[in-house]
Design a protein around this ligand. Sequence first.
Ligand SMILES: C[S@@+](CC[C@H](N)C(=O)[O-])C[C@H]1O[C@@H](n2cnc3c(N)ncnc32)[C@H](O)[C@@H]1O
Length: 285
Amino acid sequence: MPNADRIRQEQREIWSAAAAAWQQGAETPLPIDPTTERLLAQAPLGPGMRVLDLGSGAGNPALFIAERVGEAGSVLGLDLSPAMVDGTSDRARRRGLTNARFRLIEREVELGVPDAAFDAATARCCLMYAPDPATALTAVRPAVRPAGRIAFSTWARLDRCPSHRLLVEAVGACVALNAEESRGLSLPFTALPTPDIHLAVCREAGLAEIVTHEVEMAIEAESAEAFWQGRVSRSGPLLGALRAHPAEAREAVAEEFISRLRARFGAGPIHFTDLVLVTGASVPG
Ligand SMILES: C[S@@+](CC[C@H](N)C(=O)[O-])C[C@H]1O[C@@H](n2cnc3c(N)ncnc32)[C@H](O)[C@@H]1O
């Protein structure tokens, strides 16, 4: 299998493993949810618009977009993971959203949509998992009409995301990851982690009017255990890094992570501030 397809297959597997937890918790707000409004403001979206959402996962922001654009508009969510697509399609049906569709793709460079079919495209926390983010963005561009907008968000560098850094350090203290596993665990914070890199990939994709906002995000949980549970069930990169290791490795990481959280926050609630980058750019008219 070519390298890019191996990366996609790995992503498909790890996010499918996380899909049940994402779908179960999908109606409960996540710490990252406030960034959705910042993302949508970059589009910006209004009634009647047709929107493509890449890496639609458990439906954020696609389901919000469906409500925002109303019945005269539509949203198409595309994702590599069948479990994500199936679960989110069901939830859209249960909510009675007739203007939201979700479809499986094999590759983010083959979207299977007509040129200029959308007024805007979004990708929340997805592009950094593509084999080549600039190529992925380049593939999205023709789907959006001239002068339409593309908005995406990613995590910033690990040193600006202390809650994730603590987890990566706890894993490193307990498990000897191979190079591939280490790369996968830190990928969300290394692929598109600075405004300069966002600018560069947008330019490479032929986009214009590029704006990046740094958005501080409060990450909270009522206890160290609750925080660990949220991470271990939902984090594709964590599931991917640990999946070839015995169950004891995961238990050791849990213990280490919880003890590091307790050392910092005592028995009380957890509070971190991590950084998300939100970028909007235009398709040249
Ligand atoms: C962190 S989840 C984000 C889901 C959703 N956008 C959100 O913010 O809640 C990442 C999603 O991107 C999808 N994904 C990963 N690599 C992808 C790729 N190359 N093309 C399309 N989707 C991809 C995963 O299957 C997963 O559903």
